[in-house]
Design a protein around this ligand. Structure first.
Ligand code: NAD
Length: 494
């Protein structure tokens, strides 16, 4: 195999003995490239380089960090079309979605460039005389960043940018399925001038590279985004490690979208179709559970089904494609397994669910909608992570809210209603980290916190200013001014 794309370890591009092909899911005959797969020893070398680089980088000037991150953000945005095309080619989301994700990654770097200049602390009086208290934030150390395949550039960006901004050094392990976007992003970061060892790219297997990061005492913190089972494994390792590692987990979702009788029908249909099926339903925030009250149920199901039949499922890079292919054969098998399971469980498949053939061999699946879904069914409880959504009937708002909260997950939740009363009540009472009113459950801003509750997330939030909770550690410093407690002079004491 001719491995064109190498890992970046300790300031050098390193040849690997093993590699893997990156395949285009819209056309399995198209190989995007051959990418290095790091060994455990290479992962350890990257960790050691990051460890050695930490003291100098943690004290580097905030102007330097700002300039590097700004440069990264600017180059990403300037090359959005080319990078978006690469992303869509390897992951399968449509070209506009790919370009949009690239722009988002650039904006995140620009945002955190600004954050370098805004890091602040607190100075407080002490309860003891002559003492002052200063609270400052310091970087954590070497951070291991483990990312999934479904946002190949945005998720790495929202971990790498704050990690570097706050003075940490980085070992970045992208998902096996999407090394090309990770590699392109890494080239930009390196070109922007990060000093040797500060940023390291180690493409490779989770069981090899990921495990090496979890086992190394030189890694102080792990930020992980991926599935619940892997997240649990990561958590166990971090908590039993000596010393324990700081930990941030963003995992799966089974996000409810509630549609009430008084909803604006066109808004509700748009929220459901966009939220459940765009990006081929492969978003942790996808509206995979749609909960609809009696009065609007049948009209809503009919309108969504009609809309699904008009969606263009095709090659991600083709103009006019609205839904790209599923990412790979494993994910397609999982989607088909759940489509069969839903039928066996007694749900009604009212649209899609069949394999589609297109000009090129790819993983094309017609977006599937199930109705008559009981919230106890496995298709309503387990994350499928594909273009498959369920509709569950609810008597009224109260029952809809109860069903929305009856899930092990708690990432995002949405409601479509024209009632201020129900919108306000839902915002306050739904058990999710993010709530959307008359908006799809997917689609978020980059300058505000992102994350969930219950089985979806663990640890501090990502993104926006809240990212500093994970990427910094707080120091409380007490200083005594040396003069002793101030004693006011009293008459006659001179
Ligand atoms: P995954 O859990 O299979 O893999 C995620 C990452 O973990 C990959 O880089 C993988 O190589 C690595 N990994 C695997 N085994 C490991 C191990 N033993 N030690 C360390 N690392 C290991 O997830 P995926 O299939 O890439 O992504 C899909 C999942 O990600 C879905 O469940 C989705 O909901 C979730 N996701 C969550 C969010 C969020 O912010 N909540 C965002 C995007 C995706």
């Amino acid at each position: 195999m001719n491995i064109q794309a190498k890992n970046f370890i300790g300031g050098e591009w390193v040849v690997a003995s093993e590699g893997a092909s990156d395949i285009n899911p819209s056309n399995t005959g198209d190989v995007v490239g051959e990418f290095a797969r790091a060994s455990a020893a290479e992962a350890e070398a990257a960790i050691a380089a990051a460890y050695d680089a930490f003291p100098a980088w943690s004290r580097s000037s905030i102007q330097l960090r700002h300039d590097i991150l700004k440069k990264v953000g600017d180059e990403i945005i300037a090359r959005k079309d080319e990078l978006g095309r690469l992303l869509s080619r390897e992951e399968g989301k449509t070209l506009p979605e790919g370009v949009g994700e690239v722009v988002r990654a650039g904006q995140i770097f620009q945002f955190f460039a600004g954050e370098c200049l805004r890091l602040a602390g607190d100075k407080l009086p002490s309860v003891r005389p002559g003492v002052e208290v200063e609270i400052t934030r310091e970087p954590v150390g070497v951070v291991g960043l483990i990312t999934p395949w479904n946002f190949p550039i945005a998720i790495p960006a929202w971990k790498i940018a704050p990690a570097l901004a706050y003075g940490n050094t980085v070992v970045f392990k992208p998902a096996e399925l999407v090394p090309a976007s990770a590699h392109a992003l890494s080239e930009i970061i390196i070109r922007a001038g990060v000093p040797e060892g500060v940023f390291n790219l180690v493409m490779g297997r989770g069981s090899v590279v990921g495990e090496a990061m979890l086992q190394s005492p030189k890694v102080s913190a792990i930020s992980f985004t991926g599935s619940v089972p892997t997240g649990r494994r990561v958590a166990q390792s971090c908590i039993t490690a000596d010393p324990m590692k700081k930990l941030q987990l963003e995992m799966g979702g089974k996000n409810p979208l509630v549609v009430l009788d008084d909803a604006d029908m066109s808004v509700a249909v748009e929220c459901a179709v966009n939220g459940a099926f765009f990006s081929t339903g492969q978003r942790c925030t996808a509206s995979s559970r749609i909960i609809v009250t009696e009065g609007i149920h049948d009209r809503f199901v009919q309108a969504v089904s009609e809309r699904l039949r008009t969606l263009v499922v095709d090659d991600a890079l083709k103009a006019g494609t609205q839904i790209g292919p599923v990412v790979d054969q494993n994910q397609l098998d999982q989607d088909l397994k759940y489509i069969r399971l839903g039928q066996e469980e007694g749900a009604k498949l009212v649209a899609g669910g069949e394999l589609l053939s297109r000009e090129t061999p790819g993983f094309y699946l017609a977006p599937a909608l199930f109705t008559e879904v009981d919230n106890k069914m496995r298709i309503a409880r387990e994350e499928i992570f594909g273009p498959v959504a369920t509709v569950t009937r609810a008597r009224d708002y109260d029952e809809a809210l109860e069903i929305a909260n009856d899930t092990p997950f708690g990432l995002s939740a949405g409601i479509c209603t024209t009632s201020l009363k129900y919108a306000g009540h839902f915002r306050r009472n739904v058990e999710a980290g993010m709530v959307m009113v008359n908006l799809p459950t997917a689609g978020v801003d980059y300058h505000v916190p992102f994350g969930g509750r219950k089985g979806s997330s663990y640890g501090p939030r990502e993104q926006g200013r809240y990212a500093q909770e994970f990427y910094t550690t707080v120091k409380t410093a007490y200083s005594f001014d040396g003069n002793g407690p101030y004693v006011p002079k009293t008459k006659g004491s001179e």
